[in-house]
Design a protein around this ligand. Structure first.
Ligand code: PEP
Length: 253
């Protein structure tokens, strides 16, 4: 059974106090995480410890970093290493979000290095992929996503691949209010799983959680998450609102 995950991406939002209130609000509401379901909160670096402390002892709830550097340590002013993240108990890192690819020129090659170092330190990458609007309009999204997977993940062994979570996030649906239809999400998720099966075999591909990201909200989460190859969501805007994110957690199948 694949893990079903509702992952919140706070991006560069909220003060410390607002972040605390948001987590307190979410934790105060009833939610129903089953054994194979998780809620993950990708918070800004300065709030990682606060979030770890608030979530300590809670079942199936984890804190994620939104990025990390590709080197172990050294003279890289301003960067954060996986060794640092591991030392405070972080177990998930979001990698290759389209905002990092676009604004910080993160390439598939760099992301391969980041994936490697996360795996070395037993931190699970939530590896983001997804196409921009012009690629979708040209109907070449499959080739585009296949290349992202190939260049960042296919050097991994089958055992290593099973330590990855994939998030398919069509860029045209991120923060735009324009959600991919559940059929479009399912189509791409099935394509990704078929690609993984071609490289690693169907049994391995079946174990990989593939999240959908792009304007997921309470109103569409049940429909999207009900698709056979959708194993939850990576959620930006709606993760900043207590009732929205609680409903999204409760929409996991
Ligand atoms: C994201 O930040 O990964 C995201 C999908 O954002 P939003 O839900 O706001 O579209």
């Amino acid at each position: 059974m694949r893990k079903q995950i509702a992952a919140a991406n706070w991006k560069m939002n909220l003060t410390l106090e607002q972040g605390e209130q948001l987590l307190d609000g979410i934790l105060s509401k009833p939610h129903s995480l089953k054994a194979d379901q998780q809620a993950v909160f990708a918070v800004p670096f300065p709030y990682l410890l606060m979030a770890q402390q608030k979530l300590a002892g809670k079942q199936n709830v984890f804190v994620a970093a939104q990025n990390c550097y590709s080197k172990k340590n050294g003279a890289y002013t301003g960067e954060v290493s996986v060794e640092m993240l591991q030392s405070i108990g972080i177990t998930y890192v979001v990698l290759g979000h389209s905002e990092r690819r676009e604004y910080f020129q993160e390439s598939n090659r760099l992301l391969a290095d980041k994936v490697n170092i996360c795996i070395d330190y037993s931190i699970t990458p939530i590896f983001c992929c997804g196409e921009p609007l012009e690629i979708r309009e040209a109907n070449t999204q499959n080739e585009y996503v296949a290349k992202q997977l190939e260049e960042s993940l296919y050097h991994l062994s089958a055992e290593q691949l099973q330590k990855i979570v994939i998030a398919y996030e069509p860029i045209w649906a991120i923060g735009t209010g324009k959600t991919a239809s559940s059929a479009q999400a399912q189509e791409m998720h099935a394509f990704i799983r078929t690609q993984l099966a071609g490289k690693y075999g169907a049994a391995i591909a079946d174990t990989i959680s593939i999240l959908y990201g792009g304007s997921v909200k309470a109103a569409n989460a049940v429909d999207i998450f009900s698709q056979a190859d959708v194993d939850g969501g990576l959620v930006g805007g709606a993760s900043l609102i207590v009732d929205e994110f609680v409903a999204i957690i409760n929409a996991l199948k």
